[in-house]
Structures are given as C-alpha cells and as structure tokens.
Design a protein around this ligand. Structure first.
Ligand code: DQA
Length: 154
C-alpha cells in the first residue's frame, strides 16, 4: 500500500478556534478524516501528524524514509523561516520521496512576511487559498505523481 505522510505544522492544532475568519471553522481532526476518506478512494493510506516544533517536524520527515512514498505538508509559520525543514524536504526529494506543500489561506494575499516560502521550491508544487480543500487537492496531486512515476518505472 502506498502511504503518504501528512505533516501539519505549529498552531494548526487550534484549527476551528484559531482566527476563524482566516482559517475557517474546520478542525484538524476533520481535515485528517476527510484525507483518510479520500485516500481510500485514491488507493492510498495516510499517516497524519502535527507538531508545534521545528525539530519534531524534521524528525517526522526523516521518519518518512522507508515508511512513506510521499509527503503532504503544511509547514504553517515554518514555511517562511525554516531552512531545516526545507533541507529535510530536499533530502527526501533526492531520495525519491516527493512533497506537495499546502496552505489553507493564500499567503501571497496576506502580510509581506508570508510572501516567501523557503519550503515550496523543494516541493513538486504548492496549493494555497482553498481552505481544507487545499489538502484534498494536494493529496490528489500526490496520487497523480505516484501513479505517473510508478507507471514510468515499470
Ligand atoms: C498557513 C499560512 C502561514 O502563513 C501561517 O503561518 C499558518 C497557516 C495556512 O495554512 O494558511 O500557520 O500555513
């Protein structure tokens, strides 16, 4: 079974209560449930994890090695600051594990300090601004990448 690591960054544990005008009312648990359901339809399995700390996120990315074939990541605020998460994503990419970055909001339409993503350039692509649907679209993108790459390996 192809498994995708879904990795949520800091403060996303508060979704549903956190700045609902920006992030909506859907909780992280509801997002994870929707991802599990979609994964079933796409012939994938998801392993969902959330961490507040940068180091924990790097450790979780290392944990994908040998266990997951792809990563769906919302690095949250670390998107804009974390060289360590970028380097971990680059290492995974180099080892054949593609990542897609997602955001609930559209950072490009927000404060200027959110306009730079250190992590997006080492991901296959980014999906932002569609609320919880960003995650579902991201999972579909990864399913297409995995399908294509498994076919071209055959
Ligand atoms: C976010 C956008 C980031 O700028 C912010 O720091 C977050 C959430 C999003 O999903 O819209 O925590 O990643």
């Amino acid at each position: 079974m192809r498994r995708v690591l879904v990795l949520h960054g800091p403060n996303l544990s508060l979704l549903g209560r956190r700045e609902p005008e920006t992030y909506g009312r859907t909780t992280l648990r509801e997002i994870d449930e929707a991802l599990k359901e979609l994964a079933g339809h796409l012939g994938l399995e998801v392993r969902c994890e959330q961490f507040e700390g940068e180091g924990e996120m790097v450790t979780a990315l290392h944990g994908a090695l040998g266990d997951c074939q792809a990563v769906l990541i919302n690095p949250a605020a670390y998107t804009h600051t974390s060289l360590a998460i970028r380097d971990a994503l680059a290492a995974l990419s180099d080892l054949g594990i593609p990542s897609v970055e997602v955001h609930l909001s559209q950072p490009a339409a927000r404060e200027s300090f959110r306009h730079t993503s250190l992590t997006a350039p080492v991901c296959r692509g980014s999906i932002a601004g569609f609320g919880p649907n960003s995650y579902l679209l991201g999972l579909r993108a990864l399913a297409a990448i995995l399908d294509r790459e498994v076919r071209s390996d055959a």
